[in-house]
Design a protein around this ligand. Structure first.
Ligand code: GLU
Length: 448
């Protein structure tokens, strides 16, 4: 059997064993195909079953979360934690609260997290969790009760040296606070490093809030600089208006780019003069309202119902920062036709396989999620370091570390892409760079 057939065989096994898990299949397919040249060069990985092992989570938990809403009604949600791989450090990855959450979504995210976390160069394994709970329109007390009941089950499986959750879609500083409060109560001990994304007054790290968005822009900036292009004056469309989008917009504006659109799950706003970020922050971070409110404060801006057509806006750079598969094959074609020069993935797997292919074939500079959005989890790992030494670094210190980490990820992705004969293909470069470290650690630790 040649290497291609071997990889195909493993992939078919994944399809059979995890039937119906489309998002998980998609994430595995992209990575496995990138790794064909690695297995050609390193037959020892094949002999030691690295591939068969890395696509199978080490442990998975699915649990019931009963809670009582404000009307005294009993509600039941489903909770998940998938501990995918701890070859290079404790399982690490966020929790997502969204009605679309199911095992496939958590597994695709957990699988991506293994390679992403490896790329940061920091000692963190891969995991992910969450619930199909919908935080939209819930009162603060309902959110608190849900988080407490979620942690009442989850606390058995996590620990600062075992598995360290954080936020993702629907889980921000407020939720992490409630989750940490309940963990502390259940354990009767103060283990700050068990969760990241904590508040600054109880063990959080400066820059953690900004990290994913800032990191994304640092990566895209490196990628453009590599081709002699500057961000200055570039027209940018950013989807989403959550934590990743907001801080990507902040850094883009700081570096002289003009962001003309952003969105939420209901629709998007277009502001030709450039988005006013203070308004977006107030609507989303303080009032927790819908993005359409924006046009009340900025008469020149327009609101469009539905999200997909955000990608029909002509732009130089597109940063999908909302959710998986938000750019499909058609959207990609439209962006290319309108002359996009770079795409940077702030969300996890926001482009379909066909869309990625189209970008690469048409010479669009493409920054894949695993590499480009790794800044969030990287600063999470720095939060763990600070918790361990019981000390806090300044904003400038953490930001400088983040910048270096993003530059290293870019350099490593470029280097690996070149080494394996795929120059300028950062998808393959990042997958290979992330994989090699984990594979070598697995080799050294034996078949476990
Ligand atoms: N949810 C983020 C991600 O997708 C961050 C995870 C973390 O900080 O652990 O990488």
């Amino acid at each position: 059997m040649n290497t291609k057939e071997y990889v195909e065989k493993v992939y078919n096994e994944v399809l059979k064993r995890n039937s119906g898990e489309d998002e998980f299949h998609q994430a595995v397919k992209e990575v496995l195909h990138s790794l064909i040249p690695v297995f050609e060069k390193h037959p020892e990985y094949v002999e030691n079953g690295i591939l068969e092992r890395i696509v199978e989570p080490e442990r998975q938990f699915i649990f019931r979360i009963p809670w009582v809403d404000d009307n005294g009604q009993v509600r039941v949600n489903r909770g998940f934690r998938v501990q995918f791989n701890n070859a290079i450090g404790p399982y690490k990855g966020g929790l997502r609260f969204h009605p679309t959450v199911n095992l496939s979504i958590i597994k695709f995210l957990g699988f991506e997290q293994i390679l992403k976390n490896s790329l940061t160069g920091l000692p963190i394994g891969g995991g992910k969790g969450g619930s199909d709970f919908d935080p939209k329109d819930k009162s603060d007390r309902e959110i608190m009760r849900f988080c407490q009941n979620f942690m009442t089950e989850l606390y058995k499986y996590i620990g600062q040296d075992m598995d360290v959750p954080a936020g993702d879609i629907g889980v921000g500083g407020r939720e992490i606070g409630y989750l940490f409060g309940q963990y502390k109560k259940l354990k009767s001990s103060y283990e700050a490093g068990v969760l990241t994304g904590k508040g600054l007054n109880y063990g959080g790290s400066l820059v953690r809030t900004e990290a994913t968005g800032y990191g994304l822009v640092y990566f895209v900036d490196e990628m453009l600089k590599g081709k002699g292009i500057s961000l200055q004056g570039k027209k940018v469309v950013v989807s989403g208006s959550g934590n990743v989008a907001i801080y990507a917009i902040e850094k883009l504006q700081e570096l002289g780019a003009k962001v003309v659109a952003c969105s939420d799950s209901n629709g998007y706003i277009y502001d030709e003069n450039g988005i006013n970020l203070d308004t977006v922050k107030r609507i989303k971070e303080v009032e927790r309202k819908r993005i359409k409110e924006y046009v009340k404060y900025h008469k020149e801006a327009k609101y469009y119902e539905g999200c997909r057509s955000i990608w029909t806006i002509p732009c130089d750079i597109a940063l999908p920062c909302a959710t998986q598969n938000e750019i499909n094959d058609e959207d990609a074609k439209g962006l290319i036709k309108n002359g996009v020069i770079a795409v940077g993935e702030g969300a996890n797997m926001p482009s379909t396989l066909g869309a990625v292919d189209a970008f690469l074939k048409n010479g669009v500079l493409f920054a894949p999620a695993k590499a480009a959005n790794a800044g969030g989890v990287a600063v999470s790992a720095l939060e763990m370091s600070q918790n361990s030494i019981r000390y806090s670094w300044s904003f400038e210190e953490v930001d400088e570390k983040l910048k270096n980490i993003m530059k290293n990820i870019y350099d490593n992705s470029v280097k690996c892409a070149k080494e394996y004969g795929y120059e300028d293909n950062y998808v393959i470069g990042a997958n290979i760079a992330g994989f090699l470290k984990v594979a070598d650690a697995m080799m050294m630790q034996g078949i476990v």
